[in-house]
Design a protein around this ligand. Structure first.
Ligand SMILES: Nc1ncnc2c1ncn2[C@@H]1O[C@H](COP(=O)(O)OP(=O)(O)OP(=O)(O)O)[C@@H](O)[C@H]1O
Length: 262
């Protein structure tokens, strides 16, 4: 068996160790550890203000840690030489899709391809069309501006842009927030299909219990400034941690479990 290459971090493409983050005197994370396994869909949950978005921003290199390390594909995100490679191999869909409002969907999806891949204009156009289709949007969606899309379609357009460069990791920030249950279920199906079709590792912040039950292999719980548990939902249901207990065994948690079983 050949040794793994430096960019091939065994089965943990994301590894966070001993993370400390602060805003002034306020400590958000202290000694936080998290490993995301290759090919899994990891849901990240936690109470409002527990630090999920700050964790995401720190992993993405948008916020500097005050202590500890973040490695993506086995390389420290602080390593200037690794940054371009890491950036090219991850896709991010922020809440609402974060699309450029003055560009069409097609142009939004072409943007990362034009920035990072040295391809002909015609090839970029065809690739963008393919990603739009993969994200489950109809052919005519490419010509529309984000304001002309429904909330669900906007999120799909955000996904199309996030997968433009064939990333290894897809980060999703509350992807089903604001969608009706049918659109949310369809979005879950899309994430699962893309994971299988593209071999993605998915890191997804969500409040949506249905999503956790439907598609997440494991769920990481942010509480008490760290990750207090990472496990499949069935295991978390047995946890004694007060927040986890109230989250999974409260009325909404029970309803989501019932729907999954039904
Ligand atoms: N730019 C900032 N300056 C100061 N404090 C901040 C900043 N960004 C976040 N915080 C604080 O960090 C803490 C964690 O915020 P974060 O947005 O990560 O929570 P969250 O778990 O994503 O919450 P929610 O589920 O409500 O989105 C909060 O107390 C928040 O007020």
């Amino acid at each position: 068996m050949s040794a793994p290459s430096p960019t091939d971090a065994g089965d943990a493409p994301i590894r966070v160790s001993g993370l400390r983050t602060t805003f002034g005197d306020k400590v958000i994370h202290e000694d936080l550890d998290l490993e995301v396994r290759r090919g899994e869909i990891l849901g990240v949950v936690g109470g409002s203000g527990s630090g999920k978005s700050v964790l995401l921003n720190t992993i993405l290199g948008l916020k500097r840690p005050d202590g500890g390390t973040v490695e993506i594909f086995g390389r420290n995100i602080d390593d200037a030489d690794a940054q371009a490679d890491i950036e090219r191999r991850i896709g991010v869909m922020f809440q609402q899709g974060a699309l450029f409002s003055f560009l069409t969907v097609q142009e939004n999806v072409e943007t990362p391809l034009l920035e990072h891949a040295h391809l002909s204009k015609g090839f970029v156009r065809d690739l963008a069309r393919l990603k739009i289709k993969l994200a489950g949007l109809p052919d005519n969606a490419g010509a529309l501006k984000p304001s002309e899309l429904s909330g669900g379609m906007r999120k799909r357009a955000g996904v199309a842009r996030a997968i433009a460069l064939d990333p290894d990791i897809l980060f999703l920030d509350e992807p089903t927030a604001g969608l009706d249950p049918i659109a949310a279920g369809e979005f879950d199906d899309l994430v699962k299909t893309l994971r299988e079709a593209l071999g993605l590792t998915v890191f997804m912040i969500t409040h949506d219990l249905d999503t956790l039950y439907a598609i997440c292999d494991r769920v990481a719980v942010v509480a008490d400034r760290k990750i207090v548990a990472v496990a499949p939902v069935a295991e978390l249901e047995q946890s004694d941690h007060p927040w986890i207990k109230s989250y999974f065994l409260g009325p909404r948690g029970r309803a989501a479990k019932k729907q999954k079983e039904g």
